[in-house]
Design a protein around this ligand. Structure first.
Ligand SMILES: *Cc1c(COP(=O)(O)O)cnc(C)c1O
Length: 365
């Protein structure tokens, strides 16, 4: 790619920033967004930061019909020193390219896009909330924009990055949730798109989510799509169990989304010299562990919640109460260490943190 610059057009009337109490997830967006176009044969070009605004897209644009799109999710954190920092952002861009590959979307230049994202976050630094547990959520996504309703990979795309100040996930402290093991619907199958972060996986998961919520559960535990025996994920998080002192998580099998948090949890546990294993785990085996009294902890992992302890699992009419419905020791230690690193309150022995600093001069329109 030739010389990389990001053109900037400043918005004329900045919005009022929300108060801490008004922060929730994903309803408020900042003043600017990043847009990069892709056309053939030029490739990705015309990176620009422009005022946040609606898009004008042809109704025949392919994304509306066949769902050729991918997205990512990461956060910018405000530290006690007044810095703004990202957590392993290169992992998200690597994953975006793996998702792109699966969805036949052209590869992006990960380091260029990361640089542009950092420019955007730096421009919007006053939007990073400072209260405990709050952050600026970063949502990069790519849509196919070619006006054509034939079924084929598109030739035109837009990569867009929007930012949303979000409130603390745990406003009243961490509380373990009730989960229903899903026996009817499946999230993904091997060979499908489960490994890719793409909207279609979410669209197909809504029905199960809606039904379990009606029965008083927070989320479902997804089983494998073929035999419905093996554990895959919880809601839109990866899942871990502590069984008889060993921490286990389903191995990446082609239908599980590889979380950045999952990877970080595995690395941390190894660093602490706790036994951690990636393996195939059946629901039957988990139930047996519960009956034997060796199922000690269960928790989900993902960027939004970081760690989400599971207090109860319901499976085929049986209720498995885990750790008396309390947050386990390992879950708590992981939560505290990971958030400590993310918010710059703890040492970062793994070099996971990337500061967002003043960048080189950017041409201003
Ligand atoms: C995004 C996502 C996760 C968690 O990934 P993180 O990188 O840890 O946020 C897990 N499962 C699914 C299905 C996801 O979409």
């Amino acid at each position: 790619m030739e010389e990389w610059t990001v053109e900037v057009e400043h918005c004329k009337s900045p919005k009022e920033k929300p108060k801490t109490e008004e922060l929730e997830f994903g309803r408020i967006f900042t003043d600017h967004m990043l847009v990069i176009d892709y056309t053939e044969p030029v490739g990705w070009h015309d990176a620009r930061i422009i005022p946040y605004q609606p898009l004008t897209i042809d109704p025949s644009a392919m994304v509306f019909h066949y769902g050729q799109s991918v997205f990512e999710g990461l956060k910018a954190y405000y530290t006690p020193d007044g810095d703004i920092q990202l957590f392993r952002p290169e992992k998200n861009l690597e994953r975006m390219n793996r998702s792109n590959d699966r969805l036949c979307i052209p590869q992006i230049d990960e380091s260029h896009v990361l640089k542009a994202i950092k420019q955007l976050v730096h421009m919007e630094k006053d939007w990073v909330p400072t209260a405990e547990g709050t952050s600026l959520y970063i949502r990069p996504f790519i849509i196919s924009t070619e006006p054509f309703i034939g079924v084929a990979p598109a030739h035109h795309y837009k990569l867009i990055v929007i930012l949303s100040p979000v409130g603390a996930y745990y406003k009243e402290g961490i509380n373990p949730v009730k989960i229903a093991v899903e026996n009817t619907f499946v999230r993904a199958v091997k060979g499908g798109t489960g490994e890719a972060k793409t909207g279609g996986n979410y669209a197909s998961s809504l029905k199960a989510q809606e039904l379990c919520a009606k029965q008083g559960f927070t989320q479902v535990l997804w089983l494998d799509g073929v035999e419905k025996k093996y554990i895959e994920e919880v809601g839109s998080m990866n899942v871990f169990f502590k069984i008889d002192g060993e921490i286990v998580t389903p191995s990446l099998n082609g239908s599980i989304l590889e979380g950045v948090t999952r990877n970080s949890v595995i690395q941390l546990l190894k660093h602490w010299q706790l036994p951690v294993t990636e393996k195939r785990i059946s629901m039957e085996e988990l139930y047996q562990a519960h009956m034997d009294g060796t199922l000690e902890e269960a928790f989900g992992t993902g960027t939004a919640a970081v760690i989400s302890p599971i207090g109860q699992l319901s499976w085929e009419g049986k209720d498995l109460h885990i750790n008396n419905g309390k947050t386990g020791k390992v879950a708590k230690a992981l939560y505290e260490t990971l958030t400590g690193i993310q918010y710059g309150k703890e040492k970062d022995p793994f070099n996971w943190i990337e500061k967002v600093t003043e960048t080189e001069t950017i041409p201003v329109k």
